[in-house]
Design a protein around this ligand. Sequence first.
Ligand SMILES: [Zn+2]
Length: 400
Amino acid sequence: MPGTASAGLDQVHRAIDAAIADLDEPLRALSLDLHGHPELALAEHRSAGLLRDWLAGRGFRVRAPVAGLDTAFVADYGHGTPVIAYLLEYDALPGVGHGCGHNLIAAGGLGAATALRMALPEPPGTLRVIGTPGEEGAGGKIIELEAGVFDDVDAALMFHPGDRTMPIRHALASMPMTFEFHGVAAHAAGSPDQGRSALAAMIQLFVSVDALRQFLPEVSRVHGVILDGGLASNVIPDYTRASFQVRAVTSELLADHVDRVEACARAAALATGTTVDITRSHVYAERKNNHAIAYRVAQYLAELGEEVEEPVLRGGTGSSDIGNVSLRLPAIHPYLKIMERGTPSHSHVMAQAAAGLDAHRATLRMAAALAKAGADLFGDGALLEAARQEFAVSGPDLPE
Ligand SMILES: [Zn+2]
Protein backbone atom coordinates (compact mmCIF):
# COMPACT_ATOMS: atom_id res chain seq x y z
CA MET A 1 0.00 0.00 0.00
CA PRO A 2 2.04 2.95 -1.25
CA GLY A 3 -0.28 5.46 0.49
CA THR A 4 0.50 3.98 3.89
CA ALA A 5 4.21 3.76 3.15
CA SER A 6 4.43 7.41 2.16
CA ALA A 7 2.31 8.51 5.14
CA GLY A 8 4.85 6.66 7.30
CA LEU A 9 7.72 8.34 5.50
CA ASP A 10 6.13 11.76 5.98
CA GLN A 11 6.17 11.12 9.69
CA VAL A 12 9.82 10.06 9.55
CA HIS A 13 10.66 13.23 7.58
CA ARG A 14 8.97 15.38 10.24
CA ALA A 15 10.90 13.55 12.95
CA ILE A 16 14.13 14.26 11.02
CA ASP A 17 13.37 18.01 10.94
CA ALA A 18 12.75 17.94 14.70
CA ALA A 19 15.96 15.96 15.32
CA ILE A 20 18.04 18.39 13.25
CA ALA A 21 16.62 21.30 15.29
CA ASP A 22 17.71 19.49 18.47
CA LEU A 23 21.18 18.86 17.05
CA ASP A 24 21.77 22.48 15.98
CA GLU A 25 23.98 23.52 18.91
CA PRO A 26 26.03 20.32 19.37
CA LEU A 27 26.71 20.16 15.62
CA ARG A 28 27.77 23.82 15.59
CA ALA A 29 30.15 23.17 18.49
CA LEU A 30 31.60 20.10 16.79
CA SER A 31 32.03 21.87 13.45
CA LEU A 32 33.86 24.80 15.09
CA ASP A 33 36.02 22.42 17.13
CA LEU A 34 37.13 20.65 13.93
CA HIS A 35 37.64 24.00 12.20
CA GLY A 36 39.74 25.36 15.06
CA HIS A 37 42.07 22.33 15.05
CA PRO A 38 42.81 21.64 11.37
CA GLU A 39 44.72 18.42 10.71
CA LEU A 40 46.34 17.34 7.44
CA ALA A 41 45.54 14.23 5.39
CA LEU A 42 45.91 10.96 7.35
CA ALA A 43 46.97 12.88 10.48
CA GLU A 44 43.39 13.71 11.54
CA HIS A 45 43.77 11.96 14.93
CA ARG A 46 41.97 14.52 17.06
CA SER A 47 39.20 15.08 14.50
CA ALA A 48 38.54 11.37 13.96
CA GLY A 49 38.45 10.89 17.75
CA LEU A 50 35.76 13.57 18.15
CA LEU A 51 33.64 11.95 15.43
CA ARG A 52 34.05 8.43 16.81
CA ASP A 53 33.12 9.63 20.31
CA TRP A 54 30.00 11.36 18.97
CA LEU A 55 28.85 8.17 17.23
CA ALA A 56 29.70 5.80 20.09
CA GLY A 57 27.76 8.08 22.45
CA ARG A 58 24.68 7.79 20.24
CA GLY A 59 24.46 4.02 19.97
CA PHE A 60 26.60 3.34 16.89
CA ARG A 61 29.00 0.37 16.95
CA VAL A 62 32.36 1.96 16.06
CA ARG A 63 35.26 0.07 14.45
CA ALA A 64 38.69 1.71 14.13
CA PRO A 65 41.18 1.70 12.62
CA VAL A 66 39.99 0.28 9.31
CA ALA A 67 41.82 -0.38 6.03
CA GLY A 68 45.11 0.06 7.87
CA LEU A 69 44.41 3.77 8.33
CA ASP A 70 44.54 5.07 11.92
CA THR A 71 42.11 7.89 11.21
CA ALA A 72 39.54 5.86 9.23
CA PHE A 73 36.54 4.31 10.96
CA VAL A 74 33.22 2.57 10.36
CA ALA A 75 30.20 3.06 12.65
CA ASP A 76 27.06 0.93 12.28
CA TYR A 77 23.55 1.20 13.69
CA GLY A 78 21.01 -1.55 13.00
CA HIS A 79 21.63 -4.79 11.14
CA GLY A 80 21.29 -6.44 7.76
CA THR A 81 20.52 -4.96 4.36
CA PRO A 82 20.29 -2.52 2.80
CA VAL A 83 23.41 -0.73 4.02
CA ILE A 84 23.04 3.04 3.61
CA ALA A 85 26.28 4.91 4.30
CA TYR A 86 27.08 8.55 5.08
CA LEU A 87 30.68 9.50 4.30
CA LEU A 88 32.60 12.01 6.41
CA GLU A 89 35.72 13.93 5.42
CA TYR A 90 37.71 15.87 8.02
CA ASP A 91 41.17 16.63 6.63
CA ALA A 92 42.44 20.19 6.17
CA LEU A 93 44.93 21.79 3.78
CA PRO A 94 48.48 23.03 4.36
CA GLY A 95 48.48 26.83 4.74
CA VAL A 96 44.71 27.41 4.52
CA GLY A 97 43.36 25.12 7.27
CA HIS A 98 39.74 24.18 6.56
CA GLY A 99 39.86 26.10 3.26
CA CYS A 100 37.89 23.23 1.68
CA GLY A 101 35.22 23.20 4.42
CA HIS A 102 35.61 19.55 5.37
CA ASN A 103 34.56 20.44 8.93
CA LEU A 104 31.10 21.02 7.44
CA ILE A 105 31.16 17.71 5.54
CA ALA A 106 31.85 15.95 8.83
CA ALA A 107 29.25 17.87 10.84
CA GLY A 108 26.60 17.60 8.11
CA GLY A 109 27.12 13.87 7.53
CA LEU A 110 27.11 13.23 11.26
CA GLY A 111 23.94 15.34 11.59
CA ALA A 112 22.23 13.37 8.82
CA ALA A 113 23.12 9.98 10.30
CA THR A 114 22.20 11.02 13.84
CA ALA A 115 18.87 12.54 12.81
CA LEU A 116 18.02 9.43 10.79
CA ARG A 117 18.91 7.21 13.73
CA MET A 118 16.64 9.31 16.00
CA ALA A 119 13.77 9.26 13.49
CA LEU A 120 14.19 5.56 12.62
CA PRO A 121 15.18 3.87 15.90
CA GLU A 122 14.74 0.44 14.26
CA PRO A 123 15.97 0.89 10.68
CA PRO A 124 15.14 -1.93 8.25
CA GLY A 125 18.82 -2.42 7.46
CA THR A 126 22.16 -0.93 8.50
CA LEU A 127 22.74 2.79 8.91
CA ARG A 128 26.49 3.29 8.50
CA VAL A 129 28.87 6.20 8.92
CA ILE A 130 32.26 5.84 7.23
CA GLY A 131 35.13 8.08 8.29
CA THR A 132 37.11 8.70 5.11
CA PRO A 133 40.40 10.46 5.91
CA GLY A 134 42.97 11.96 3.57
CA GLU A 135 40.72 13.19 0.76
CA GLU A 136 43.32 15.84 -0.05
CA GLY A 137 45.86 13.79 -1.97
CA ALA A 138 46.08 10.60 0.10
CA GLY A 139 43.04 8.87 -1.44
CA GLY A 140 41.57 7.54 1.81
CA LYS A 141 38.40 6.29 0.10
CA ILE A 142 40.46 4.48 -2.55
CA ILE A 143 42.41 2.66 0.16
CA GLU A 144 39.15 1.81 1.97
CA LEU A 145 37.58 0.59 -1.30
CA GLU A 146 40.55 -1.69 -1.93
CA ALA A 147 40.30 -3.02 1.65
CA GLY A 148 36.65 -3.96 1.11
CA VAL A 149 35.11 -1.31 3.38
CA PHE A 150 32.47 -0.52 0.74
CA ASP A 151 31.79 -4.11 -0.37
CA ASP A 152 28.37 -4.40 1.32
CA VAL A 153 27.32 -0.75 0.93
CA ASP A 154 24.18 -0.18 -1.20
CA ALA A 155 24.39 3.61 -1.42
CA ALA A 156 26.93 6.22 -0.29
CA LEU A 157 25.85 9.78 0.53
CA MET A 158 27.91 12.88 1.21
CA PHE A 159 28.06 16.53 0.15
CA HIS A 160 30.64 19.25 -0.38
CA PRO A 161 30.51 22.97 0.44
CA GLY A 162 31.03 25.44 -2.39
CA ASP A 163 29.81 28.68 -3.96
CA ARG A 164 26.45 27.31 -5.19
CA THR A 165 24.00 24.55 -4.36
CA MET A 166 23.83 21.88 -7.08
CA PRO A 167 22.67 18.25 -7.08
CA ILE A 168 25.54 17.00 -9.22
CA ARG A 169 28.77 18.12 -10.87
CA HIS A 170 31.44 16.46 -12.96
CA ALA A 171 34.94 15.97 -11.56
CA LEU A 172 38.25 15.46 -13.30
CA ALA A 173 40.22 12.26 -12.98
CA SER A 174 43.46 13.15 -11.21
CA MET A 175 46.76 11.65 -10.17
CA PRO A 176 49.07 13.16 -7.54
CA MET A 177 52.72 12.60 -8.51
CA THR A 178 56.09 13.27 -6.88
CA PHE A 179 59.34 13.97 -8.76
CA GLU A 180 62.71 13.79 -6.99
CA PHE A 181 65.90 14.72 -8.84
CA HIS A 182 69.29 13.57 -7.60
CA GLY A 183 72.46 15.41 -8.69
CA VAL A 184 75.96 16.03 -7.38
CA ALA A 185 76.72 18.81 -4.87
CA ALA A 186 79.70 21.11 -5.47
CA HIS A 187 80.81 24.71 -4.80
CA ALA A 188 78.67 26.83 -7.08
CA ALA A 189 81.53 29.28 -7.84
CA GLY A 190 84.73 27.34 -7.10
CA SER A 191 83.95 24.07 -8.94
CA PRO A 192 80.59 24.15 -10.72
CA ASP A 193 81.99 21.79 -13.35
CA GLN A 194 82.16 19.11 -10.63
CA GLY A 195 78.45 19.46 -9.88
CA ARG A 196 75.21 18.28 -11.46
CA SER A 197 72.26 20.43 -10.43
CA ALA A 198 69.04 18.81 -9.28
CA LEU A 199 67.52 22.31 -9.36
CA ALA A 200 68.41 22.83 -13.03
CA ALA A 201 66.61 19.55 -13.74
CA MET A 202 63.59 20.69 -11.74
CA ILE A 203 63.39 24.02 -13.58
CA GLN A 204 63.64 22.12 -16.88
CA LEU A 205 60.72 19.89 -15.80
CA PHE A 206 58.49 22.93 -15.16
CA VAL A 207 59.50 24.53 -18.48
CA SER A 208 58.79 21.29 -20.37
CA VAL A 209 55.40 20.90 -18.69
CA ASP A 210 54.56 24.46 -19.76
CA ALA A 211 55.46 23.49 -23.33
CA LEU A 212 53.41 20.29 -23.09
CA ARG A 213 50.35 22.09 -21.72
CA GLN A 214 49.55 23.80 -25.03
CA PHE A 215 49.04 20.36 -26.63
CA LEU A 216 46.66 19.02 -24.00
CA PRO A 217 42.85 19.22 -24.25
CA GLU A 218 41.45 22.46 -22.83
CA VAL A 219 40.03 20.96 -19.63
CA SER A 220 43.16 18.95 -18.74
CA ARG A 221 45.31 20.34 -15.95
CA VAL A 222 48.94 19.90 -14.85
CA HIS A 223 50.12 21.87 -11.83
CA GLY A 224 52.98 21.53 -9.39
CA VAL A 225 54.96 23.11 -6.56
CA ILE A 226 58.62 22.71 -5.59
CA LEU A 227 58.85 21.35 -2.04
CA ASP A 228 62.64 21.08 -1.90
CA GLY A 229 64.64 23.42 -4.12
CA GLY A 230 68.10 23.35 -2.58
CA LEU A 231 69.59 24.70 0.62
CA ALA A 232 72.11 27.44 -0.21
CA SER A 233 72.90 29.55 -3.24
CA ASN A 234 76.60 28.62 -3.08
CA VAL A 235 75.93 24.87 -3.06
CA ILE A 236 74.78 23.19 -6.25
CA PRO A 237 71.66 21.35 -5.08
CA ASP A 238 72.03 17.56 -5.20
CA TYR A 239 68.37 16.99 -4.29
CA THR A 240 65.09 18.60 -5.29
CA ARG A 241 61.49 17.45 -4.92
CA ALA A 242 58.22 18.58 -6.47
CA SER A 243 54.62 17.57 -5.99
CA PHE A 244 52.36 17.60 -9.06
CA GLN A 245 48.79 16.81 -9.97
CA VAL A 246 47.82 15.75 -13.45
CA ARG A 247 44.11 15.88 -14.37
CA ALA A 248 41.92 14.95 -17.32
CA VAL A 249 38.23 14.29 -17.99
CA THR A 250 38.62 10.50 -17.82
CA SER A 251 41.07 8.08 -16.21
CA GLU A 252 41.94 6.79 -19.68
CA LEU A 253 43.00 10.23 -20.94
CA LEU A 254 44.77 10.83 -17.63
CA ALA A 255 46.99 7.79 -18.25
CA ASP A 256 48.17 9.42 -21.51
CA HIS A 257 48.95 12.72 -19.75
CA VAL A 258 50.83 11.01 -16.91
CA ASP A 259 53.10 9.24 -19.41
CA ARG A 260 53.83 12.53 -21.19
CA VAL A 261 54.60 14.40 -17.95
CA GLU A 262 56.91 11.56 -16.93
CA ALA A 263 58.71 11.92 -20.25
CA CYS A 264 59.32 15.61 -19.42
CA ALA A 265 60.95 14.56 -16.13
CA ARG A 266 63.15 11.90 -17.75
CA ALA A 267 64.22 14.36 -20.45
CA ALA A 268 65.10 16.93 -17.76
CA ALA A 269 67.27 14.37 -15.96
CA LEU A 270 68.99 13.37 -19.19
CA ALA A 271 69.68 16.99 -20.13
CA THR A 272 71.22 17.84 -16.77
CA GLY A 273 73.16 14.67 -15.94
CA THR A 274 70.95 13.91 -12.97
CA THR A 275 68.61 11.05 -12.13
CA VAL A 276 64.93 11.18 -11.31
CA ASP A 277 62.63 9.12 -9.06
CA ILE A 278 58.99 9.32 -10.03
CA THR A 279 56.21 8.29 -7.65
CA ARG A 280 52.70 7.79 -9.00
CA SER A 281 49.94 7.97 -6.41
CA HIS A 282 46.34 6.75 -6.60
CA VAL A 283 44.19 7.66 -9.57
CA TYR A 284 41.26 9.77 -8.39
CA ALA A 285 38.56 8.67 -10.84
CA GLU A 286 36.01 10.75 -12.74
CA ARG A 287 32.58 10.94 -11.06
CA LYS A 288 29.39 9.04 -11.78
CA ASN A 289 26.71 10.85 -9.79
CA ASN A 290 23.61 8.87 -8.93
CA HIS A 291 20.97 11.28 -10.21
CA ALA A 292 18.01 9.45 -8.63
CA ILE A 293 19.36 10.00 -5.11
CA ALA A 294 21.00 13.37 -5.81
CA TYR A 295 17.81 14.92 -7.19
CA ARG A 296 15.79 13.51 -4.26
CA VAL A 297 18.20 15.38 -1.93
CA ALA A 298 17.82 18.50 -4.10
CA GLN A 299 14.03 18.28 -3.78
CA TYR A 300 14.25 18.18 0.03
CA LEU A 301 16.78 21.05 0.03
CA ALA A 302 14.40 23.17 -2.04
CA GLU A 303 11.53 22.37 0.36
CA LEU A 304 13.70 23.74 3.18
CA GLY A 305 14.22 27.01 1.28
CA GLU A 306 17.62 26.30 -0.20
CA GLU A 307 18.12 27.78 -3.68
CA VAL A 308 19.12 24.83 -5.86
CA GLU A 309 20.80 25.60 -9.20
CA GLU A 310 21.00 23.41 -12.26
CA PRO A 311 24.51 22.03 -12.64
CA VAL A 312 26.80 23.38 -15.33
CA LEU A 313 28.90 20.57 -16.75
CA ARG A 314 31.58 22.73 -18.31
CA GLY A 315 35.23 23.48 -17.81
CA GLY A 316 37.86 22.36 -15.36
CA THR A 317 37.03 21.48 -11.80
CA GLY A 318 38.44 19.65 -8.82
CA SER A 319 38.77 15.95 -8.20
CA SER A 320 37.86 13.70 -5.30
CA ASP A 321 38.20 10.10 -4.24
CA ILE A 322 34.39 9.89 -4.12
CA GLY A 323 34.82 9.35 -7.89
CA ASN A 324 36.30 5.89 -7.26
CA VAL A 325 33.42 5.03 -4.90
CA SER A 326 30.89 6.31 -7.45
CA LEU A 327 32.15 3.92 -10.15
CA ARG A 328 31.62 0.98 -7.76
CA LEU A 329 28.18 1.72 -6.23
CA PRO A 330 25.43 4.37 -6.28
CA ALA A 331 26.94 7.50 -4.70
CA ILE A 332 26.18 11.22 -4.46
CA HIS A 333 28.30 14.31 -3.82
CA PRO A 334 25.98 17.35 -4.15
CA TYR A 335 27.25 20.90 -3.50
CA LEU A 336 26.06 23.36 -0.89
CA LYS A 337 26.44 27.12 -1.14
CA ILE A 338 28.33 28.51 1.86
CA MET A 339 29.98 31.57 0.25
CA GLU A 340 29.59 34.23 -2.41
CA ARG A 341 29.41 33.04 -5.97
CA GLY A 342 32.84 32.99 -7.59
CA THR A 343 34.76 32.54 -4.34
CA PRO A 344 37.56 30.05 -4.99
CA SER A 345 37.79 26.92 -2.88
CA HIS A 346 41.09 26.02 -1.15
CA SER A 347 41.33 29.66 -0.05
CA HIS A 348 41.47 31.69 3.18
CA VAL A 349 38.08 33.17 2.29
CA MET A 350 36.52 29.71 2.12
CA ALA A 351 38.15 28.77 5.43
CA GLN A 352 36.52 31.83 6.99
CA ALA A 353 33.14 31.02 5.43
CA ALA A 354 33.33 27.43 6.71
CA ALA A 355 33.24 28.76 10.29
CA GLY A 356 30.34 31.13 9.64
CA LEU A 357 26.80 30.88 10.93
CA ASP A 358 25.29 30.99 7.43
CA ALA A 359 27.40 27.97 6.44
CA HIS A 360 26.25 26.14 9.55
CA ARG A 361 22.59 26.85 8.81
CA ALA A 362 23.02 25.65 5.23
CA THR A 363 24.75 22.53 6.56
CA LEU A 364 21.74 21.80 8.78
CA ARG A 365 19.46 22.00 5.71
CA MET A 366 21.78 19.62 3.86
CA ALA A 367 21.88 17.25 6.85
CA ALA A 368 18.07 17.14 6.92
CA ALA A 369 17.85 16.56 3.16
CA LEU A 370 20.47 13.77 3.27
CA ALA A 371 18.66 12.15 6.21
CA LYS A 372 15.31 12.25 4.38
CA ALA A 373 16.83 10.69 1.27
CA GLY A 374 18.34 8.01 3.55
CA ALA A 375 14.90 7.39 5.06
CA ASP A 376 13.51 6.97 1.54
CA LEU A 377 16.29 4.51 0.63
CA PHE A 378 15.37 2.44 3.70
CA GLY A 379 11.63 2.84 3.55
CA ASP A 380 10.64 3.24 -0.06
CA GLY A 381 11.96 0.34 -2.16
CA ALA A 382 11.37 2.42 -5.27
CA LEU A 383 14.22 4.87 -4.68
CA LEU A 384 16.85 2.22 -4.01
CA GLU A 385 15.64 0.24 -7.03
CA ALA A 386 15.79 3.36 -9.23
CA ALA A 387 19.30 4.10 -7.96
CA ARG A 388 20.44 0.54 -8.74
CA GLN A 389 18.89 0.51 -12.20
CA GLU A 390 20.44 3.87 -13.04
CA PHE A 391 23.83 2.70 -11.77
CA ALA A 392 23.67 -0.39 -14.01
CA VAL A 393 23.18 1.58 -17.23
CA SER A 394 24.68 5.05 -16.70
CA GLY A 395 28.23 6.35 -17.12
CA PRO A 396 30.16 9.15 -15.46
CA ASP A 397 29.05 12.77 -15.86
CA LEU A 398 31.50 14.39 -18.27
CA PRO A 399 31.84 18.07 -19.23
CA GLU A 400 30.31 19.15 -22.55
ZN1 LIG B 1 37.21 19.19 -0.41
